[in-house]
Structure formats: C-alpha cells, structure tokens
Ligand binder design. Structure first.
Ligand code: BGC
Length: 735
C-alpha cells in the first residue's frame, strides 16, 4: 500500500478502530494451545477480540491462516492482524541460548541462527519476533541472563546488530524474514539484587555508557520494534518514562518504529505506585510514546475516553496508529495477509538438515572449556561412563524456546550411541540422581521420598563409575532455573547433583570430565578442583548432544569464550571485568589490608569474561603499536595494535584475540578495561599469524563530565590477550 493510501485508511477509521490497533491480546484468546508467557488474569471482550491489532503466542501455518482469515472478515476495514512470538533462540531448530551464542564471540553465528529462526517462524505465520534481548547482564542471580549475550556492551552490541540483520534480512517484504523487536528498554538487567522485575538505580553515565549501547546497535541495524522493560529506572517505570522513550529512544537514537510495552507493563505502573489507575497509566504510557499495550485492558478500556476528554490528542494517537499500520504495510500484510505461511513450506524448512547443520556449528563454537588437566580431553578411554541427570535429558533447550519441540533435541546418550555404537569403546549410562531435590522447591527443602530415590540412583552410578576408566558427568541447572522470574541467590548446581558429584569424584584413579548445562554463570564450588576437565555447555538446543560429543571426542577443538564472568561465590555477584579501580586497589602481591577486598574470597572472577581453553596452546608476542600518539583532531587518524600469535600445541585450534583499552585518567573514572574488538584465529599446530587491530579516536569516547560522548586527551593502554584478565598491554597517548 502506498503511504497516501495508508493515510486515507487511517482517516477512514473510527476512534475505536484506531485505538484497537494499539491493543495486543494474548494468543490464548484465539487458540487454546497458544504460548502463555505472562499473567493470564484478564478476559478479553468479543469486541476487543474483533478489533485488536495484534496478538502473540500463536504459530502454525494452518492456525495462523485460519485465524487471519476469520479476523479479517470481521474487521470493518479488513486490516490484517499482526502475529508476534518470542522466537528467542530457535523456532523449531533451536540454537544455543543467547548467552551461549555470546560465548562464540562470532556475530556470524548469531546472524545465521536468526535468519533460520526467521525463516522457520515466518513459514508458520509469525510476523514479529520479540528478540533480540539487548539487556546488559552483569548479575548472574538474574535468571534472564540466559536471554542476553552477556556482560559486555561491545560484544552484546555486535551480537544484537547481527541478530536484527539476520531476522529482518534485506527487506521485510521478503517472506523468509520477520521484524525484530529489541528489548527490554531499558536497563532491565540492572535489577536490584538480581531479582526479576525489581527497580534499577543507575547513574546517567553508567546508563548511557554501559547499558544503552547494545540497544542502540539493534536500532542502528534497523530493528522495527522496541519493547519497554518491567523495571523502574531511577524511580520511573519504563513504560511511563517520557525522557527515556521520547528523548533518548526516539530523538537521540532516532528510533521511528513501533514501541510495544512488555506484558502488562503499562497496568503495572499502578502496582509500582506511579499511576493511580489504569486510565492514568494509559495516559502516561501514551505520553511517553508507547504504541502498543501488551495484554492489558489499559488502552482498550481507556484510550477512547482519554482522547475524547482531550487528555491525549488525536494527533498523538494517529502517530502511534500510523506506526503500527506502517509496520503491517512494510511486512506486506495488506497484499498478502498470510505472508507466505504454508504447511508445506513449514514442513520443508523446519528442522531441515541444513538448519540443523548451522545449529550444530553454533553448539560447537559455544562450548567453553574451563579446565583440561593433563589433556583429559579429548576423550581417550575405552570404558566410558556417562553419568548424571543430563545424560538422557531432552530438555537441553531453555524455557525461552517456546515453540521448539524437546523431542527433536539430541541428547548426550543419543549422540554417544551414534558415535561409539560401532567402535571398540564401551559405554555405560546412569542417571545418577534427579535433576532437583524437589520440583516445587527448587534446590532447597527436604523431600524424603526423593532423597531415598537419589540415594539409590547415586549407588547405581557409583557402581557404573567404578567399572569405567573415564567418567563424563552431565550436570547442571534445571530448565526451570533460568529464564523469566527465576532469580536465584545461590547460583550453584542443585543439591542432589552436588551429592552425586561428591560420590563420583571420590572414586580414585578415574578421569572425570564434568559437563555443565546452564543458563547463567555459576559458582562451580569444588567441581573444577575435583574434575580433570570442565566444559560449559549452556542450554545448547536441538543439536546439543552432537555438538558436545564432537568436542569431547576431539572432532573439533573447543573455542568458546565466557560471555559472563564465573564467580568464586554467589555473593560476588554482580561481577564483571570492566569495573573501576577504586582508590584502594588490591595489590597484586603482599599485604592487602585497607585495600578493596573480601576477607573470604578473591575480588576477581574465578573464570573471567573472555576466558576459554582450546585443545592446543597459544603463545602471544608483546603488543606492538604502530605509533605512540594518536591525534584527536587529525581526520581518519588511527594507531595499529598488533600481536603475533603462535599455535605451540599439537592440534589445529581457534583462539579469540581480544582488544581491551584502558583510559588511564578521565573526568569521570574509567573502567580498568573495556573490550573494543575481537578476532578469531584458526591455526594449525606450529603455525603463527600477525593480528592487527585499528584504534581510532571514536573508540576512546565516553560520557564525560560535560555529559557528552567525547574523548579526552591523555594516556591509554591497549591490551591484546585471550581473556579479559590479560596484562599484555602497551601505552599510547591521545593528543
Ligand atoms: C517477557 C518478554 C516477552 C513477553 C511476551 C514477557 O513476560 O518479559 O520478554 O517478550 O513476555 O512473551
């Protein structure tokens, strides 16, 4: 439809019709088996059902086509319904969770995965995905860290941008793509004490420097929607925060797409004590520029009156409605309301070999090797026991792979049988214990019945372990322990699994390899010390078993790098590498009294951001700079920082070189290091390569005391290393 025709359409719509374009109702109002991803206490009237402009949680070509057909027939202007869904890390082919994708340090993995997710979802009638989540995630107590690519703004920005491009493709007219929604704006990951939905207190410079950049990368990549967050930011709920939405999002970031609230976030302004009632909440949200009200009766029940009473101008309403109509138009829905959804197409594309292959590649690249004592991996034993609740567990995706079918996931056991079925290697399997102590009380409380079962399971597992020369322990968080509303204060593996680990690791003269399935950074307690190897598997998705066995067997070397710091103790959270130095930094050696410290724990992470081993070893030369000064005012000026990296081990492997910069003095204190670039290098044994990063003035900017993004003259250090703890640096000056 041409823009002029859209305008005519808008002019022809009644006030009620217009308002309803801004109303999103849950999919279960139309389809019994729609995904439910929020509170379900509201019932929608038939009138709202007839006119609401969008819904969420419905997929399936047949269902989507029937729903659209019926809806359009009843709609006075036959405007198509927008179908949205949380396709977060997979529709049918499920990729590693975003935190795992972050660990690939490879935006191409994210882009390829998003393109496949879009293609599969679009074939099943989905128009918009509520992804990517760009929330900076520094606190592993927060369960939603699994949906982000981690603790670093730069890495997140690169991944978020790639995901948006992957989902949306070149044009939304291309029916293999869907519109992307960057969420949750803003700073949702800063929730106090890591408790979901809690308030966020942030200084403006931390907000702008650390939290906003990844959202902005998504917007620059062209994301058509943005979602508000549940939290307050410095006392103001996001959905009513005019400064955040109008000044920052729309003006500074130049976002001109559709702004949708999170599920019930507008109505929740009443609970926050920010609005007296739903009517006032609606006025505040409209004023802030929130176009769509997700799943409450706020807009449907109040907007018409607010307009009639002159509290919301019709112009403001029209602008919001126009944005929704434009999105529908850009998706090509006016020409083809089914947008290419077809049962035949979905059967062809969903979970096809090509997609599974890309997912397998992503799994292989996402696995992070934390320990590998005496080259315990790759596996070399002849009698291997696979023990633990994750050996034969289908649920290796996350709670945010809502349209995926766990039956399609390849378990460890299945992959082991494929791999060793016809070889001389003998394998045995044992469950070892239940995933959790008690389903209703995650990780705590006493469940006598379960206790007994766990005891028997552990006894059986010990027998199996004694038979083996190598034990692969498959442990981790339950699927329900990460995701929305799953904050934890004790970020360790569940109690029965700790008992299992103690029993197995006490057996002498065995090689013990521990796999961890997780949706967050964990306090691994005694696992690293008592295991010969530890591999972080995240929530790997459909091809999990295959990818993990490829790495364990040595078919490929692990290359993942931690996207979040792993602490020594839960109470270190939030912990992130890009902290400030303090006035009393802890000395590297010697007495640390009166310095910043814990009495009972190191300051540093146990495994820092960016860390991950391979099956080889690498040597890095000292950082060399092409010059010692960078001229601020010289156009296109840069310094090159380079290292030579050599594979000194015996096998081909991939290392990730990371460029960090420290600004030594600033008008506001600066982090001890900030990631500014990375490059993956694959080298055969004995080979070496020179890797060069370019440093430009724009990379040195921050939100200065003048409240502007600008650089300040002075000393900087450029580090190049294989993790964020590197001290391989060289100094230069910005003049
Ligand atoms: C979540 C969002 C999600 C929405 C729709 C909310 O509960 O916070 O991330 O996109 O539900 O499912």
């Amino acid at each position: 439809m041409k823009k002029a025709d859209l305008k005519n359409l808008l002019n022809d719509m009644s006030l009620e019709e217009k308002v309803m374009q801004l109303v999103q109702i849950p999919g279960y109002e139309f389809e019994q088996d729609a995904a439910v991803t929020g509170l379900t206490d509201k019932k929608t009237s038939d009138k709202v059902k007839e006119l609401a402009g969008s819904t969420l949680g419905v997929w399936g070509a047949k269902k989507a086509i029937e729903l659209q057909k019926k809806y359009m027939e009843n709609h006075p202007h036959h405007i198509p319904l927008l179908l949205m869904l949380d396709v977060i890390h997979g529709h049918k082919t499920v990729f590693p969770c975003p935190l795992g994708q972050g660990a690939t340090f490879d935006p191409e993995v994210a882009r390829a995965g998003a393109a496949i997710q879009a293609k599969e979802a679009a074939s099943e009638g989905v128009h918009v995905t509520f992804s990517p989540m760009a929330d900076l995630s520094r606190d592993a107590r927060w369960g939603r860290v699994l949906e982000s690519t981690g603790e670093d703004k730069y890495l997140n920005g690169r991944m978020v941008g790639a995901m948006v491009e992957g989902y949306q493709g070149e044009s939304l007219k291309d029916k293999d793509h869907v519109a992307a929604c960057v969420k949750h704006f803003a700073a949702y990951g800063g929730a106090e004490a890591g408790r979901d939905y809690a308030n966020v207190e942030l200084s403006e410079h931390t907000l702008r420097e650390q939290f906003l950049p990844a959202y902005e990368e998504g917007i620059k990549a062209g994301a058509r929607l943005v979602m508000t967050s549940f939290n307050t930011l410095n006392g103001i709920p996001s959905s009513g925060n005019k400064w955040l939405m109008r000044d920052i999002l729309r003006k500074d970031m130049k976002f001109n797409g559709v702004l949708i609230s999170d599920w019930a976030a507008i109505a929740e302004m009443v609970n926050w004590g920010f609005a007296e009632d739903m009517k006032e909440a609606s006025r505040l949200a409209m004023d802030a520029g929130v176009d769509i009200d997700m799943c409450t009766g706020c807009y449907s029940g109040n907007l018409q009156n607010l307009v009639k009473e002159g509290k919301i101008s019709e112009k403001l309403l029209d602008e919001a409605v126009m944005r929704v109509l434009e999105l529908k138009n850009d998706l090509g829905l006016f020409e083809d309301p089914y947008r290419g959804a077809s049962v035949e197409k979905s059967l062809k594309v969903c979970l096809c070999d090509e997609h599974r292959k890309v997912a397998l590649d992503a799994v292989r690249k996402s696995l992070v090797l934390l320990e590998n004592k005496n080259n315990a991996l790759p596996l070399s034993g002849n009698k291997i026991a696979f023990i633990g609740p994750y050996v034969d567990e289908k649920k290796i995706h996350s709670s945010w792979a809502i349209s995926g079918d766990p039956k399609a996931n390849v378990t460890i056991k299945e992959a082991v049988e494929e791999l060793y079925g016809k070889s001389d290697v003998k394998v045995k399997f044992a469950k070892g214990c239940n995933m959790l102590l008690d389903k209703t009380d995650i990780g705590s409380g006493v469940a006598k019945e379960n206790d007994r079962k766990n005891k028997t399971l552990i006894e059986e597992a010990v027998k199996t372990a004694k038979w083996a020369d190598t034990i692969v322990l498959c442990l981790g968080e339950d699927i329900g322990q990460s995701g929305e509303s799953t904050s934890r204060v004790d970020i360790t593996i569940p109690a029965p699994q700790k008992d299992l680990f103690s029993a197995i690791s006490a057996i002498k003269n065995k090689k013990t390899v521990t796999l961890i399935f997780n949706g967050r950074a964990l306090d691994l307690q005694d696992i690293p010390d008592k295991s010969d190897a530890v591999l972080i598997c995240w929530r790997p998705g459909t091809e999990g078993g295959h990818g993990i066995m490829d790495v364990l067997s040595g078919a490929c070397s692990p290359s993942g790098k931690l996207s979040m710091s792993f602490p020594w103790a839960s109470a270190q959270e939030p912990i992130h590498y890009d902290h400030y130095n303090t006035g009393r930094p802890k000395p590297k050696e010697g007495l640390s009294i009166f310095s910043t410290r814990y009495l009972d724990c190191p300051n540093e992470a146990r495994y820092p951001f960016g860390f991950g081993l391979t099956y080889s070893q690498f040597e890095l030369s000292k950082v060399k700079l092409s010059g010692k000064t960078l001229e601020k005012s010289a156009k296109d000026a840069f310094i090159e920082a380079s290292v030579t990296i050599k594979n000194t081990g015996n096998v081909t492997a991939t290392e990730t070189l990371q460029l960090y910069i420290r600004d030594m003095v600033g008008s506001r204190v600066r982090p001890v290091k900030e990631l500014k670039g990375f490059e993956k290098v694959t080298l055969a044994a004995g080979k070496s390569k020179k890797v060069t990063f370019r440093i430009e003035e724009s990379m040195l900017r921050f939100f200065t005391i003048n409240n502007k993004f600008e650089s300040e003259a002075g000393k900087f250090v450029a580090y190049i290393g294989t993790d964020s703890a590197t001290d391989n640096g060289a100094e230069f000056e910005l003049i």
